[in-house]
Design a protein around this ligand. Structure first.
Ligand code: HEC
Length: 114
């Protein structure tokens, strides 16, 4: 069975009435997450501190290639709750699990088979 693209709740992150606890990029953990979903997650939680012009910890999360290179470090830090740092909003459980699952299944690129 073909997996469905999760409903993206990006719009909600901009809504002030929506408590940060409930804010999630993805509505549910995809059966097989690809970079298409993960890029939205890193954009929301990581890119502020990890981009080409400001790669803190020498980690640039801007592209699939640079994220793929550091995916094991990223996985370990997210798994341990070290990234994102406590100064930033925590990842929603769905986003966190989606990120960990993506690395677990080999960090596939964006699915372009549509
Ligand atoms: C508020 C800023 C901030 C955010 C947001 C943030 N990081 Fe970091 N990150 C840092 C800093 C600062 C370091 C460098 C820490 C050090 O060198 O001790 C770092 C280091 C790293 C490293 C490199 C660690 C190493 O061992 O070299 C990885 C990988 C990483 N972060 C992943 C992530 C991921 C994945 C996210 C999002 C889920 C994220 N970070 C969100 C600030 C941030």
């Amino acid at each position: 069975m073909r997996w469905l693209l999760p409903v993206v709740l990006l719009g909600l992150t901009a809504c002030p009435g929506f408590g940060s606890e409930n804010t999630s990029v993805l509505a549910e953990v995809p059966e097989r997450p690809t970079y298409r979903e993960i890029a939205q997650i890193t954009a929301n939680y990581c890119i502020r501190c990890h981009n080409r012009s400001n790669p803190q910890g020498e980690f640039d999360g801007d592209t699939y290639e640079t994220l793929f290179e550091r995916r094991i470090d990223a996985r370990d830090l997210v798994d341990a709750g070290i990234m994102p740092p406590l100064t930033d909003p925590p990842m929603s459980p769905v986003d966190r699990e989606s990120f960990l699952k993506w690395v677990e299944i080999g960090a596939p690129p964006a699915d372009t088979s549509e």
